[in-house]
Design a binder for this molecule. Structure first.
Ligand code: SF4
Length: 339
């Protein structure tokens, strides 16, 4: 039996209702075995299915270009909730939620111990765990906690949901809560921890670990600060502009290029799909600005080697914003013009 809830009948209904004949199935690598099962199901039903073998980082990364260039009718995008408001090619977001609540239930003992100093907790979950949200809240109450969740806003489609780049609904609760708990992975917790001064814990039901992220945030910010210093010394700056549909920020890239040139540096916009280390190392730019996925600057910086600053870090490097005032606030990861 699959670990994921995959309602094949619902997909079939959607395809038949729309009269689609040729479908692109896009999934992150961990879900490729499930993608193959979907493909086999479609084939049995007389639908042509093609598996996408490229990246699928998030709901922002829908393979419209590939589907259009192959003349396909629709896309089944697996593992993420809907991110984009409008589809360039009709897209079915197959979220692949977990069917087994046991790993989450058995994490509760660890949550109770680790969060013993907190009473009011802001709780967020990745989409895969959302089917167990109400049960989790009830169990947290039984343990004596007062859990709070955020309402859907922007790219967050569900109450209680978090995304690696969106924590708006939880951040709105900051005044109300003593600490935060993000269920998913360290990655998901860290994205919140860097934007708040409240203690933040990441709970991973797969590893059965609950981690206080304070030390990770401190060391991350120390490293970010040193990349900002390196950026200040750089003469030629590349502004990365993504072609991924949910990461394409043309206006931001143009504005950042202008701000950098006004600071007497040379700047070019560099168009990218996946951001690759070998390409960045070959490019003659000494540093880059990230207008794509904000998490590239956080998770992939070591791998990419040259500084890849977030827009707000550029503002700090050019003395247009104060580092102390910006760190651990929602402004830190805001993908907007830093003025
Ligand atoms: S922008 Fe980054 S963090 Fe946000 S959904 Fe896309 S890949 Fe995930």
């Amino acid at each position: 039996m699959s670990r994921y809830r995959i309602d094949l009948e619902k997909i079939e209904e959607w395809i038949k209702a729309k009269g689609f004949r040729k479908i692109l199935i896009q999934a992150p690598p961990g879900l490729w075995p499930e993608a193959v099962k979907v493909s086999e199901f479609l084939k049995k039903n007389g639908i042509e299915a093609i598996i996408h073998g490229g990246s699928c980082w998030g709901g922002c990364d829908v393979a419209y270009l590939e589907a259009k260039s192959l003349g396909l009718d629709a896309i089944i995008h697996m593992g993420h909730s809907r991110f984009l408001e409008r589809d360039e090619v009709p897209t079915y977001y197959l979220e692949c939620r977990y069917v087994d609540p046991e790993p989450l239930k058995s994490l509760l003992g660890e949550i109770k111990d680790r969060l013993s100093g907190c009473k009011r907790i802001g709780v967020g979950l990745t989409v895969q765990w959302l089917d167990f949200l109400d049960e989790l809240l009830m169990r947290l109450r039984n343990l004596g906690f007062e859990p709070y969740i955020g309402e859907p806003v922007g790219v967050l489609r569900y109450r209680g949901q978090v995304l690696g780049c969106s924590y708006h609904s939880l951040l709105k609760l900051e005044e109300l809560v003593d600490c935060y708990l993000v269920i998913g992975s360290i990655f998901h917790g860290l994205g919140l921890a860097i934007q708040t001064r409240k203690p933040t814990y990441a709970g991973d039901p797969h590893t059965q670990r609950v981690v206080n992220l304070e030390e990770s945030v401190k060391s991350l910010l120390k490293s970010r600060y040193s990349y900002i210093q390196e950026f200040k010394r750089a003469r030629r700056i590349g502004v990365l502009l993504s072609v991924k549909p949910g990461q394409k920020r043309v206006k931001l890239a143009v504005e950042l290029k202008k701000i950098i040139e006004e600071a007497d540096k040379i700047s070019e916009i560099v168009v990218v799909d996946d951001v690759r280390e070998d390409y960045l190392l070959d490019l003659p730019h000494e540093a880059f600005v990230n207008t794509a996925c904000p998490r590239l600057s956080i998770e992939d910086q070591e791998r990419l080697r040259k500084p890849i600053l977030l827009p707000m870090e550029v503002a700090v490097a050019l003395n247009k914003a104060s580092w102390e005032e910006m760190i651990r606030t929602p402004r830190y990861m805001a993908m907007e013009i830093p003025l």
